[in-house]
Write a protein that binds this ligand. Structure first.
Ligand SMILES: C[S@@+](CC[C@H](N)C(=O)[O-])C[C@H]1O[C@@H](n2cnc3c(N)ncnc32)[C@H](O)[C@@H]1O
Length: 363
């Protein structure tokens, strides 16, 4: 019953996590703890009953612990903060609270209709969430802060797995605030990156590129990647957190465009969460699929690895390689090749002497 009661009250458990973040309880305890309840309520400006509720929930759920009448943050939270990941988790909590929660109220209707019924909770005319953000600047900020953090929880593995020593031109499709493009460009000083992004979000992408001081090598093209042509002559095309949004047919269409944009021997790279081929986990992939069923676009889920591999084969790619990403998020990487052996592309797929790629090491 413990597990079932946590499911029954899962929404309430999340409210404690969200309150601990928004009221900055855990940050206070990490800065100043351990503290007694009286000091906590004074610092947070909460009435006695309100602080008692918050501390009861956070302590029984293991976010805080109580020792000798004083409260401190759980060891897990402290170690996340030490590794620099606590703020990324907080950004994810804000995304769940402000964007996913309203939309997932329509999860059952979304399953029944096999469509993103929950998008009606974010007013606007466009059939996808991203084009509606310009009408909701606060939600847009919450979303891109989360997207950056969610990418940064795993993109060091992308940088390590993807050997780009011989590549000079990379296309990042739906690159968001350039978080992954900038990480790859910073690691490969010879690399030029073109980002495709919708016109209403492109200025935000541009701003992040200029703040990073990489405007000479990283640029954004405002466009619709479904209807506009991709620039050609690419050594590598990246889809990061992209092919979880659309239907398999739409994914295959995007992969065909990537195939056309690549030089022979060039590679396409998928970087996002994956579910297992058996369809029974991991649990975070299942939980995240509620969002993809309800909100961003008509089709989408955390698909199994095999489904992406089928789409890649249908689009003409070969030498398909899986790279499992360690960690609590269900991130994975798939690298596939456009057949052909042009010199630049050949160099791109071969590690420099003495630098065995992380992918080859199974990173
Ligand atoms: C889930 S976010 C991923 C952002 C980024 N790749 C990352 O990993 O952080 C999807 C991005 O695709 C962009 N996008 C959606 N539809 C698009 C379209 N038709 N053309 C170009 N970009 C699109 C969205 O604006 C959004 O920034």
């Amino acid at each position: 019953m413990d597990r079932l009661s946590l499911l029954l009250f899962g929404h309430a458990a999340f409210q404690y996590l969200n309150a601990a973040c928004e009221l900055k309880l855990l940050d206070l305890l990490m800065e100043r703890g351990p503290l007694e309840a009286t000091a906590i309520r004074a610092e947070l400006g909460l009435a006695e009953r309100a602080a008692d509720i918050l501390l009861l929930g956070c302590t029984s759920l293991g976010l805080t612990r109580k020792e000798d009448g004083r409260y401190r943050a759980a060891e897990l939270i402290e170690s996340l903060a030490e590794e620099g990941d606590w703020s990324k988790l907080r950004d994810t909590v804000a995304f769940e609270a402000h964007i996913v929660y309203p939309g997932q109220e329509d999860f059952v209707a979304s399953l029944r209709e096999n469509s993103n019924v929950g998008l009606r909770r974010i007013p606007g005319d466009h059939p996808d969430l991203y084009h509606r953000f310009s009408l909701h600047p606060r939600l847009e900020t919450v979303f891109y802060r989360y997207m950056r953090s969610w990418s940064e929880l795993a993109n060091a593995h992308l940088v390590a797995a993807l050997d780009l020593h011989g590549a000079t031109r990379l296309l990042d499709c739906g690159g968001g605030d350039a978080v992954n493009a900038l990480a790859l460009a910073a690691h490969h000083p010879h690399l030029e990156v073109t980002i495709l992004e919708i016109p209403s979000s492109a200025p935000m992408t541009e701003k992040k590129i200029s703040e990073a001081g990489l405007g000479e090598r990283v640029s954004v093209v405002p466009c619709d990647m479904f209807t506009d042509a991709f620039p050609g002559g690419m050594d590598c095309v990246l889809f990061a957190h992209q092919l979880v949004i659309w239907t398999p047919e739409e994914n295959t269409a995007l992969l065909r465009k990537a195939h056309d944009a690549l030089a022979p021997g060039g590679r396409v790279v998928l970087f996002h969460s994956m579910s297992n081929d058996e369809g029974d986990g991991p649990v975070v992939a299942a939980l995240d699929s509620v969002y993809f069923a309800s909100l961003p676009a008509e089709g989408g889920m955390i698909y199994p690895w095999r489904l992406h591999e089928e789409c890649l084969r249908a689009a003409g790619f070969t030498a398909i390689e899986r790279v499992e990403v360690p960690g609590w998020t269900p991130h994975g990487i798939i690298i596939a090749t456009k057949p052909g052996t042009e010199p630049a592309a050949e160099a791109a797929s071969v590690a420099e002497p003495g630098t065995e790629s992380a992918a080859e090491q199974g990173a």
